[in-house]
Every structure is written in structure tokens, then in C-alpha cells.
Ligand binder design. Sequence first.
Ligand code: PEP
Ligand code: MN
Length: 338
Amino acid sequence: MIVVMKPASTAQQISDVIARVKSDGYDAHLSQGEQHTIIGVVGESPTPLREENYGTMEGVEKVMRISAPYKLASRHFHPHDTLVPLNGSHMGSKKVLIIAGPCSVESREQIIDIACQMKEAGATALRGGAFKPRTSPYSFQGHGEKALQWLAEARERTGLPIVTEVMDTAQVPMVCQYADVLQIGARNMQNFSLLNVVGESQHTILLKRGMSSTVEDLLMSAEYVLSHGNNRVMLCERGIRTFEKATRNTFDVNAIPVLKNLTHLPVIADPSHAVGLWEYVEAIARSAVAAGADGLIVEVHPEPDKAISDGRQSLKPERFKAMVQQVQRIAEAVGRTA
Ligand code: PEP
Ligand code: MN
């Protein structure tokens, strides 16, 4: 952290700041220029540095944090890529992995049928919502535990691990009984009680970026899970809210290389929610892999016009197969495999 003193600050104010730095257990490095005096705060201490406390001290102009507020998620702290096991492969390895399936689990037959088709198309894991975070309380909310049982049956048939959303702390034990990967949805990215509980669970977590959250917010949320000793966390860029109305969200392709640089955790992309229109999903999927995504999560439905949720952005299985082939070519072009 750096404390910049006002040009008119007094020697007493400067020494008060230095005394505060020392009493917090850090070292103070003083640099006095013609206009400004700058105090660098360095070292380690159990006392957290509170920028706002320093900012209110007499004579202080501004306080700037220079190190990231997240530690366990940071690549600085953990330089090597974290590999998250998934169905005999690893998310975060050279191989680009694809999670696919419907937005919602609609029936036993539906999920088993899609699971078989996803397996054949080369997916690594099956997605499907049992608990759905719908904007309207009158929309379909998911089939709950019954859907989890159908997902488990689909896994038995295909061997594909299950990725499904858990919406609140009370559901965690039940969802853990059936799921291989717990999805934390965009709307719950900052549900800190939920992050604490899934962190304790030690299940693999797929953490989606909140629609109005920054990259740093996402990493701070990952930090909650990691701080419970659960390092099997995959981050997901799923589009953010912008002024643009032509698509459901705006895919923040920047977030992919930025996250790969800032963190050791695998980074995946959800082109379906990012764009919201099936005809653009393949293009966004290609761009995500070209930008360095470790994997994709894609919505697929055999009859999108009959889907209970997100049919508009769901690929038919044939289109999904075509997308997998395109992604394979992009992956090879950027030194990966798929
Ligand atoms: C979903 O995966 O179906 C979903 C609701 O995603 P998000 O939380 O990204 O909106
Ligand atoms: Mn969906």
C-alpha cells in the first residue's frame, strides 16, 4: 500500500502516519519529493491494512493498494496452474474440456437422452439444472431432488460427471449427495454464506461471474471457497450486463486472458448465457478458446422450441457436435487439444 501525503502536510502528520504503519506491524518507506511525500507500506503483519483508516488521517491525500486483495486465488501466491480433475482429465490442462447439457433437467427421459448424445459428441461432463434461479417467481423453478436423481441415473448410463447448481446453503448436503461439481450461479456469486458452505464441502466448484461483478469481485469470491481449504475451483465468464441490448449479455472476452494472468485457477466460458442467442454461441465459443479458456459450458436441447428454460440460447445436438469440431480446430491452432 502507498500513502500519498498532501503537499501541505506537516512533519508531525507524516510521522503520525509512519507511527501508525509501525503500530500495525509493517515497515514504512519514506520518499520525499519536491511536491509530495509518499510513504510505502511493506512487510507482513497479522493486522489487516485498512485503506479507509489511513485515508482519514490528517494530511493524507490518498491511499493506493498495490497488491491484490486476494491471496490464495492469486498466481503470485501459487505460480503453477491448478488442475481440477474432471472425468479422468483435468480442467486447466492442455486439453480444452466441454461441459454440456440442458439449462434445466425437464424429465428423466430428456436428461438421459441428452446425456447419451453429449457423451457421443465428446463432452467431458453433463450439465443440468435441478434448482433454477429464475428472475420471476412464477417461472419454472426446477424439479429439485427428483432432477438430481435423474441426473445420477444419466451419469450411471454414460459415465459423465454431473454439474448442477446449488442455490442456497440448506440445499448443499442434498446436492452434494448427487453432484460431482457444484455450480454457483451468477446471481449467487456474492452469496458469502453459500461460498463458505460449499468451501467446507470439498466438492469441485464451478463459480460463475456475477452479471455486474468485476474480475476482482470474482476472485474475491473464489478466495472465500479457497480459504476453506477447497482448491478445486473453476471460474466461469458468462457475460456481463452492459448497455448493449442486441444480445442477452456481453461476453467479456478480456476476462479470459486477464484471469489466466491473475490466477492459477482454471477459467472456463459459458457462451450460451454470454450471448443468449443460439446462432452466435459457436462464434463466442471459438473466441473463448482462442483467448485461452480452459473449457466451455454449453446449453444443448434436442427441441429448443419446447425447452422450459433458455431454449433461445440452446444448441441442438447436431449444432453442438459441429461446435465441438470447430473448437477442436481452434484449440489446436493455439497449442491446445480438445
Ligand atoms: C445456468 O447455468 O443455467 C444459469 C442460470 O447460469 P447463470 O448463473 O450464469 O445465469
Ligand atoms: Mn440457463
